[in-house]
Design a binder for this molecule. Structure first.
Ligand SMILES: [Zn+2]
Length: 303
């Protein structure tokens, strides 16, 4: 009976969410449940919280998972089978897939949360509305951080190092702001929300939220807002053009708070034409996501 269902878990900094989807019609959600991550209590506690959540959900539906998809911040290093690049740093260096398998009692398939976002939007979300035949989908998370995921023929491409799709730490601005990854001027340090707000603050000495900077740009009332937004459009065009030049996806889905800025789909799109290796012609549909907060957990279930 349990073979008919896809189980997924999305591990976030504050919440852990479980969803069970119908395997034959994954738009049918059987059950969803969330508990607090309490990540401050450390790695072992996070693992036991996942165990508790699976126990609770299993009790309600009357069966346990035989395979569990799991969305995490960071990635499982394919060679060492331990976690890396996690912002919840207690997870780094830990054999998370093996530890989770012990506590939930079945095989656990891990993928980065941006990969799960891309998978969910490809199979159940925005891509289904644009182009059901799409083979190559790139999902971008452009918010407080920058991540990305690559899906080909319905499968996540994790890559040799487990960093497939991680365009957020490509260097975009030589000599730019230092990044936690050890480099400087990464995509994330140029076009993520906090990076744009910091740029504006450096120009003016004033702190302003990105949405207010966008409003001031639209109103034409603040030349520093104009400089900040021009910077966003220009670097966004450069950064997205590199994705298209390398993998030329059928659809790009852009999630996250910065991805919500409508101007990226007009002014930003124009800048891609400047940098693409295609005589200035861009056909790639670039769209907003459809699944909202659910993309992580649905993507995990689709692993
Ligand atoms: Zn970086």
């Amino acid at each position: 009976m349990e073979k008919k269902y896809n189980w997924g878990i999305d591990l976030g900094g504050t919440k852990i969410e479980c969803a069970i989807l119908d395997q034959y019609d994954p738009t049918q959600v059987i059950l969803r449940e969330r508990i607090d991550t309490e990540s401050i209590k450390g790695y072992d506690h996070i693992i036991s919280q996942v165990g508790r959540l699976i126990d609770s959900v299993s009790q309600k539906v009357g069966f346990r998972p035989t395979r569990l998809g799991f969305a995490t911040p960071g990635v499982l290093d394919p060679a060492s089978q331990t976690m890396k690049n996690c912002n919840t740093t207690s997870m780094n260096g830990k054999p998370m897939a093996a530890d989770l398998a012990k506590v939930v009692g079945c095989e656990v398939v891990l993928a980065n949360d941006a990969n799960c976002f891309a998978l969910a939007e490809a199979l159940l979300g925005a891509v289904q509305e644009i182009n059901k035949e799409a083979q190559v989908v790139f999902g971008v998370i452009l918010g407080t951080g920058v991540g990305g995921g690559l899906v080909v023929n319905g499968k996540v491409i994790n890559g040799l190092h487990g960093i497939g799709g991680e365009w957020g730490h490509n260097i975009l601005e030589e000599g730019g702001e230092p990044c936690y990854c050890g480099k400087a001027g990464c995509v994330e340090k140029v076009i993520a929300g906090p990076s744009l707000e910091l740029f504006y603050e450096r120009q003016t000495g004033d702190k302003k939220k990105l949405k207010d900077i966008v409003q001031a740009y639209i109103a034409g009332s603040d030349s520093n807002a104009t400089v900040t937004m021009e910077r966003l459009f220009e670097y966004y065009g450069k950064a997205i053009s590199t994705i298209i030049n390398v993998i030329d996806p059928d659809v790009i889905v852009i999630g996250g708070g910065v991805g919500n800025i409508d101007l990226l789909y007009s002014e930003g799109y124009e800048r891609i034409k400047k940098y693409i290796f295609n005589s200035g012609e861009v056909l790639t549909p670039i769209v907003k996501p459809k699944l909202g907060d659910s993309a992580g957990v649905f993507g995990a279930a689709m692993l």
